[in-house]
Design a protein. Structure first.
Length: 325
């Protein structure tokens, strides 16, 4: 009897996938996860350097957090959230409008490539350079005040940088100009992914462009809207360079433009590293909680239920049917 032919072993492609993604997880663990764990760990200690002598680490429990919340941290959190909202509301509104215009074939807009390039260009400018530009433009003797006084809108120059809402408005305007182009490009990509036959069917049924936008476009690009809002919120809570340079690190009049990262930056130069770690942990938790809230709120379906709630309801219905059977 002849020998039986060997069966060729099946090739497992899954291991190659793990091999290719392994470098990411190694780099993430080395430069992100381990430092994060170290930050959380040392936030419960008093740990600082006094000259050449290192004091600690001495375990102090929640003392750093108690001291932190006894300061003006809630005020700085409110400042950060307000500055983000001032810039984000016009950003998402203008971006949606431009994305709808640029993707509407019926309008036949000319020069779209030029305008797409122009609106994205502010995103390429460094925030520090942008802040210095606005500092020069809106100073008391700057060209903006000169123009407003020259045309008779103002009788005397307005001190944008020394007024609370003038300073906040400039920060919001800079954040809007820097990021609305990037948001527009992402929303355009989302709208272009919508099946055109849906718009054709809606148009045949007599729907107006406004109805098609709110009933077809917005629901179908909801995942991208969630992504844009969450990433924008994370970036807004980490706002630092624009208000830092515009206010010369002082946070505007009476610290009304001081953000949480500006406060954290001040503690990085203090003696107690544990306090700086506590600020970082609080910022991380705030970002995580707000992102979860936004995600749960924006991923609800038309019937008001989230995906998890709809899945739980389907499972319950299956169990009921199985019990009846």
């Amino acid at each position: 009897m002849g020998a039986k032919p060997k069966k060729n072993g099946s090739i497992s492609y899954a291991k190659w996938g793990y091999i290719f993604i392994a470098p990411f997880f190694l780099i993430f663990a080395l430069f992100q996860l381990i430092p994060l764990g170290s930050t959380i760990y040392y936030s419960f200690f008093e740990y600082y350097r006094s000259g050449l002598k290192i004091i600690g680490p001495t375990f102090v429990g929640l003392k750093n957090y108690i001291t932190l919340f006894a300061t003006d941290l809630p005020k700085y959190f409110g400042n950060t959230l307000l500055l983000w909202i001032i810039g984000f509301i016009p950003q998402i509104a203008i971006s949606l409008l431009l994305a709808a215009w640029f993707t509407d074939l019926r309008l036949k807009l000319k020069g779209q490539t030029f305008f797409k390039t122009v609106i994205y260009m502010p995103n390429l400018i460094m925030a520090s350079a942008f802040a210095m530009l606005f500092f020069a433009l809106f100073s008391d003797n700057g060209p903006v005040n000169a123009a407003l006084v020259g045309v008779g809108i103002l009788k005397e120059p307005f001190s944008f940088l020394n007024s609370v809402w003038g300073n906040r408005g400039l920060i919001g305007l800079m954040n809007f100009l820097m990021w609305f182009g990037n948001t527009t490009i992402m929303l355009m990509a989302a709208i272009m992914g919508v099946d055109p036959t849906l718009y054709e069917a809606a148009e045949l049924d007599g729907c107006t462009p406004n109805q098609m936008f709110w009933k077809i476009t917005i629901p179908l690009i909801r995942p991208i809207l969630v992504y844009v809002m969450i990433t924008s919120m994370i970036g807004g809570l980490q706002m630092f360079d624009v208000p830092q340079i515009l206010t010369n690190g002082k946070g505007g009049p009476d610290r009304t433009s001081t953000t949480m990262i500006m406060y954290l930056n001040n503690h990085l130069f203090s003696k107690n590293y544990g306090m700086a770690g506590a600020v970082s942990v609080v910022l991380f938790l705030v970002c995580a909680v707000l992102c979860v809230i936004v995600y749960m709120a924006l991923t609800k379906e038309d019937d008001g239920l989230s995906k998890a709630e709809r899945k739980a309801r389907r499972q319950a219905a299956k169990q009921v049917k199985g019990g009846k059977a």
